[in-house]
Design a protein around this ligand. Structure first.
Ligand SMILES: Nc1ncnc2c1ncn2[C@@H]1O[C@H](COP(=O)(O)OP(=O)(O)OP(=O)(O)O)[C@@H](O)[C@H]1O
Ligand SMILES: [Mg+2]
Length: 428
C-alpha cells in the first residue's frame, strides 16, 4: 500500500488513497496531525558537548512518547527526560559527524514509525511505499550538499521505520497538485508554503491534462525556499517582546550593556550550538555576575532561572501559543508560572509586527526570486502552511502581490493530500 507522508518541522500527517479519494489517517487519537516531538524518559541531559544528541540505542520504543504526550511529559518536568522538537530543522546542518547523523536518523525513524503504526491501526494492510515531502531547501538557497545530506538521512530513517520504497516531492509542488485535482483548465499557480521550519515557493504550470504525467519537472517554472518558518517567528517574538522582561537591553551599573547573545541563544531552540552555549557553565557564571552587577537584577535573574530549570522549549512553547493567539486577538499573554513567578508578559500585534521585519523582507525576496525564474505572472497565488494564518504575514503578502488573487488551501492538509495524489501517480 502507498501513502503520502508530510514529515513536517512542526506537524506530521499521512494520507492514503481509498475509494477514489485521499484519506488523511488519524495519527494521534482522532486527529490527522501529530506534533513533531519526541520525549525519551531517561535523563541524558549533559548538553555540554556537541555530540549530545539523544542515543536511541539505549531506548525502548514502548517507553517513548510522541506528539502532545511528549510535550506534556516534558512540561511536567523538563529536567527528567530528553525532549526533541522539530528534528527536521537539524537535518541540513553543516558539520554533523557520522555518529550524530545516525542518532538523528534513529530519532526521525522513531517518529516516522509512530505515525506509520498509528495510521496502519486504521487500515487492514501495511504501508510500504511512501512519497515524503521535502522543502525546496533544508538550509539556505544553494545548499546542495545540505539538501543531499538531509535527504539521505530521511531515506535512512524511512527505511528504518519500515517503508520499503521511498521517494520525495517538493512540498509546495504537492500543494499545487492538491489544487490541480479540482481544476478544469490550465493555470499558472504560485504556491507559498510557510510552515514551522521552512518557507517554500513553487511556480507551477498545472491543469487537468497534466495530472497523469509521470515526470512534472518541465512544469516547474521557478522555485525557491529556505530554512525560515514559524519557529523563527516565535523566536523573533520571544526576543523582542518577552526577553526585555529577562533583561534584554539592560545595562550593568558600570554603564556597560549586557551582551545580546545570551538572550538570542536562550530563544534559539532550533540551534544546537546556541542552546549548548546558553546551558554551558560559562554562561551560568556570567549570568551570576550580571545578576550582581545589573541595574535590574530581578530581570536578569529570570534568564538565569530559565537556564537552571532547562525550560527554553517551554518558554518558546508559551510564546508560540501567544503568536497563534495574536492571529485572533490584539494582545496575548505569555505566563511565567513555570519560573514560579506570577508575572505575565503581554505581547501585542504591533510588537509582533516590528519583530518580523527581517523575516518578512526575506519572504518577499524568496517570492521575487521564484517569480523572476518564471518570467511571467501567476494566475493565482495559493497559500499554505500554518504561518499563512498569521495576519502580519497575510498583510505583507497582500502588499507584495498587489492585485493578484490570493487563495487559501487547508493550511495543514494540502501538502499531505498532494503527496498522496503523487504517490498514486508514481506507485500505480
Ligand atoms: N493560527 C495561526 N496563526 C499563526 N501561526 C500559526 C497558526 N497556526 C499554526 N501556526 C504556526 O504554523 C507553524 C506550523 O505550520 P505547519 O504545520 O504548516 O508546519 P510544518 O509543515 O510542520 O513545517 P515545515 O513545512 O516547515 O516543515 C507553527 O510555527 C505554528 O505556530
Ligand atoms: Mg509543511
Amino acid at each position: 500500500m502507498f501513502a503520502g507522508f508530510d514529515y513536517g518541522t512542526s506537524n506530521c500527517s499521512i494520507g492514503v488513497w481509498q475509494n477514489g479519494a485521499v484519506r488523511l489517517l488519524p495519527v494521534e487519537g482522532r486527529n490527522s496531525l501529530i506534533a513533531s516531538t519526541l520525549y525519551a524518559p531517561k535523563p541524558d541531559l549533559e548538553l555540554n558537548h556537541r555530540d549530545d544528541v539523544l542515543d536511541m540505542s539505549t531506548q525502548s520504543f514502548d517507553a517513548l512518547k510522541f506528539g502532545n504526550d511528549a510535550l506534556q511529559a516534558y512540561l511536567r518536568d523538563p529536567t527528567q527526560g530528553y525532549f526533541v522538537k522539530s528534528p527536521k530543522s537539524f537535518l541540513g546542518a553543516k558539520g554533523l559527524n557520522e555518529r550524530i547523523k545516525d542518532r538523528f536518523i534513529s530519532v526521525v525513524a522513531a517518529m516516522m514509525g509512530n505515525v506509520k503504526r498509528n495510521a496502519e491501526s486504521h487500515l487492514d494492510q501495511a504501508i510500504d511505499q511512501v512519497i515524503i515531502g521535502r522543502p525546496v531547501n533544508f538550509q539556505g538557497t544553494g545548499g546542495a550538499a545540505e539538501n543531499q545530506q538531509a535527504l539521505q538521512m530521511l531515506v535512512a530513517a524511512a527505511h528504518e521505520a519500515g517503508f520499503a520504497d521511498v521517494a520525495f516531492l517538493f512540498e509546495p509542488m504537492a500543494a499545487a497538485m492538491e489544487y490541480e485535482a479540482s481544476l478544469e483548465s490550465e493555470e499558472k499557480i504560485l504556491v507559498v508554503d510557510i510552515g514551522g521550519g521552512t518557507t517554500d515557493c513553487s511556480f507551477v504550470l498545472i491543469g487537468p491534462s497534466r495530472r497523469e504525467v509521470k515526470n512534472r519537472d518541465a512544469d516547474i517554472l521557478g522555485h525557491a525556499g529556505e530554512r525560515q518558518g514559524g519557529n523563527d517567528y516565535d523566536q523573533a517574538l520571544a526576543l523582542h517582546s518577552v526577553m526585555p522582561t529577562f533583561g534584554f537591553g539592560d545595562h550593568l551599573k558600570s554603564g556597560l550593556p549586557i551582551p545580546n547573545t545570551y538572550f538570542v541563544d536562550a530563544v534559539s531552540t532550533n540551534d544546537v550550538n546556541a542552546q549548548q552555549r546558553y546551558f554551558s557553565r560559562t554562561t551560568g557564571e556570567r549570568l551570576d555576575v550580571f545578576v550582581r552587577e545589573g541595574v535590574h537584577p530581578r530581570r536578569i535573574a529570570r534568564l538565569a532561572r530559565l537556564r537552571e530549570v532547562r525550560s527554553t522549549y517551554r518558554l518558546l512553547n508559551e510564546v508560540e501559543r501567544a503568536k497563534v493567539n495574536l492571529s485572533e486577538h490584539e494582545t496575548a499573554a505569555v505566563g511565567l508560572g513555570f519560573l514560579n513567578e506570577a508575572v505575565e508578559v503581554v505581547c501585542d500585534r504591533k510588537g509582533f509586527g516590528r519583530s518580523t521585519t527581517r523575516l518578512l523582507d526575506r519572504l518577499s525576496d524568496l517570492i521575487s526570486e521564484t517569480l523572476k525564474q518564471g518570467q511571467t505572472r501567476p494566475d493565482v497565488v495559493y497559500l499554505t502552511g500554518g504561518m499563512a494564518g498569521a495576519p502580519v504575514v497575510r498583510q505583507h503578502l497582500e502588499k507584495v502581490f498587489g492585485r493578484l488573487p490570493l487563495t487559501d488551501s487547508d493550511h495543514f492538509g494540502s501538502v499531505t493530500t498532494g503527496l498522496t495524489i503523487w504517490a498514486r501517480n508514481q506507485f500505480t
